[in-house]
Design a protein. Structure first.
Length: 223
């Protein structure tokens, strides 16, 4: 269903989701021991993320859609950060010890991350095996919580926009329905009826003069 939020508010929603995706991905990447790429690369990733969230903001943000959007965007950004992070990564193909065997069977990778003194400090398979499970669980929990919070904010924003929208902007049937629900009877239109007037020329002559009639005056004249 399309979102009723349009204009600058739609861009603000998309920017908020993109910021949360970038923050969560960068935080998880740093906690896992990875390094962040150059600022220009981060800016490019932020632009791509904002473009994707802006396209998704045309629809209403439901919890299910937000979980898919946040999870998919974080997965894509995590892969991009892994590829663009300075350092070397190689798959674990063997080694002594139970931890190395566990990491090899799970397809783990060992990344050499540059440290502060410039030396490469590798992330050992046992560290990856120990931190992988709780990191994935924490990441999934944070994604679900953020999706629920954003969906609740979406509903609150829609209610606020409905409340501040002027009723004059509603079409006439909607305004009549609102007035009917409030018990206000709209005034009936008053039709002005013009006074009838005849435009024909009068055919009636002047009134007769009061006095004796002509039949009575003729005998008097003969005498």
């Amino acid at each position: 269903m399309p979102s009723p939020v349009v204009g600058p508010l739609r861009v603000a929603r998309a920017a908020l989701v993109a910021t949360l995706v970038l923050a969560l991905t960068a935080l998880a990447h740093r906690v896992a021991g990875g390094a962040l790429p150059d600022p220009l690369v981060l800016a490019a990733l932020a632009a791509f993320t904002l473009a994707g969230t802006t396209a998704a903001a045309r629809l209403r943000f439901t919890p299910a859609r937000l979980v898919v959007l946040l999870g998919g965007a974080q997965l894509a950004l995590h892969q991009a950060l892994t590829v663009l992070t300075p350092g070397s990564c190689h798959a674990v193909g063997g080694g002594a010890g139970h931890a190395a065997h566990l990491a090899a069977s799970s397809g783990a990778v060992v990344c050499a991350v540059p440290s502060a003194d410039g030396a490469a400090s590798p992330l050992h398979p046992e560290h990856l095996a120990a931190s992988g499970a709780w990191m994935v669980a924490a990441h999934a929990a944070a994604t679900v919580v953020l999706a629920l919070v954003l969906a609740h904010g979406e509903r609150a924003l829609e209610r606020f926009l409905t409340w501040v929208t002027p009723r004059a902007a509603l079409p006439l049937p909607a305004r009549a329905a609102v007035l009917g629900r409030r018990g206000v009877v709209p005034a009936r239109p008053v039709r002005v009826v013009g006074v009838w007037r005849s435009l024909r020329a009068p055919t009636r002559g002047p009134p007769r003069a009061h006095g004796p009639s002509g039949a009575l005056l003729r005998p008097l004249a003969a005498s």
